[in-house]
Write a protein that binds this ligand. Structure first.
Ligand SMILES: C[S@@+](CC[C@H](N)C(=O)[O-])C[C@H]1O[C@@H](n2cnc3c(N)ncnc32)[C@H](O)[C@@H]1O
Length: 309
């Protein structure tokens, strides 16, 4: 179990957002190591209930062990949070948490292939039953498609150059490991003492593409709102601007008291309607300096909280 340690971020802020109480019904759509879930179950004692899921079967196993002392008060399942509405009833929950991205154990285990810090197979699948791996994308997609992915999901400004270099390299031999890919990128974009590794953006882009993270998030947000009761809250922690933009746009659209058609918002053509959500705070909540010092991984975390009306 020690190998599987993930320090949850913004725990106090998540509790403040979800306001767990005895008898409440909560969902953790990204159970990970169960850190947030543990706090929610503790705060909703003696009889609050939690449904938890994760795409990663190993994470579900670890969370189940970790939450054992709350037996009878939780149910866990391996699934994508985009399926929450299939699993749980409409308006059945008081709070939903989505803590996006990957966990420290996923990053730290070389064989999962998420990290350029250690050598492992180019895998990056959260759900290991899935067929598509990062190696398949890197060796099978056209240079144009790779460049598009690196730009769209990683914001990599040298996306074409890197994609072309990958296409040349793989003619000689397949790129099968994280180290091979990281070294290829480092040869093209030398580090020059910069803090971030030059492969950071490409690795992020591949992970997002392999796990279809953006489309899962868009569907997951819809599903979360369906299963929330009126006055229930949705808390979402993101780790990069692409995810945050999806959450912000979703909340903004659902908090509007009008709709419009045709893709252009012309005030005279707006049609009034009741908003579905309201923001609980105007700005995203970020970890304080002490948390960032203690857990550097939290530095890019942002929490947004919405309430169903
Ligand atoms: C940052 S970790 C969550 C950590 C957790 N809050 C804790 O306290 O231990 C993110 C987890 O979400 C999972 N995940 C990411 N996208 C998912 C999705 N669409 N559906 C279900 N799980 C997902 C990952 O496999 C990973 O275990």
């Amino acid at each position: 179990m020690s190998q599987f340690v993930h320090k949850p971020v913004l725990v106090a802020e998540v509790l403040q957002a979800l306001r767990p109480r005895a008898g409440g019904r909560y969902v953790d759509g990204t159970i990970g190591n169960g850190g947030h879930a543990l706090s929610i179950l503790e705060a909703s004692s003696p009889d609050g209930f939690l449904w938890g899921c994760d795409r990663d079967a190993r994470a579900v196993e670890v969370a189940r062990e970790r939450l054992a002392k709350f037996a009878g008060r939780f149910e866990l399942k391996q699934c994508n949070f985009s399926e929450l509405g299939v699993w749980l009833g409409r308006e059945s929950c008081d709070g939903v948490l989505l803590d996006l991205g990957v966990s420290s154990p996923q990053l730290d285990q070389a064989e999962r292939g998420f990290s350029f810090q250690q050598d492992g197979p180019l895998d990056m699948r959260m759900d290991q039953n899935q067929r598509l791996t990062a190696a398949e994308l890197v060796n099978g997609e056209s240079a144009e498609r790779l460049a598009e992915l690196f730009w769209q999901f990683g914001g990599e400004s040298q996306s074409r150059r890197l994609a072309n270099a990958i296409a040349r390299e793989r003619q000689a031999h397949e790129i099968e490991t994280t180290r091979q890919l990281a070294e290829l990128i480092e040869r093209l974009i030398p580090r020059h003492g910069k803090r971030a590794h030059p492969a950071t953006r490409v690795f992020q882009a591949l992970r997002i593409a392999v796990n279809e993270e953006i489309s899962s998030l868009k569907i997951g947000l819809e599903e979360a709102v369906k299963i929330l009761k009126p006055s229930g809250r949705l808390a979402v922690i993101t780790f990069h601007s692409l995810e945050d933009r999806v959450v912000k746009n979703f909340g903004r659209a659902r908090a509007q008291d009008y709709t419009f058609t045709g893709g252009v918002d012309v005030p005279e053509l707006r049609r009034p309607r009741a908003p579905e959500l309201k923001w609980c705070s105007r700005k995203a909540v970020k970890p304080n300096d002490d948390e960032v010092k203690e857990n550097p991984r939290s530095r890019s975390a942002q929490l947004r909280v919405m309430e169903k009306l």
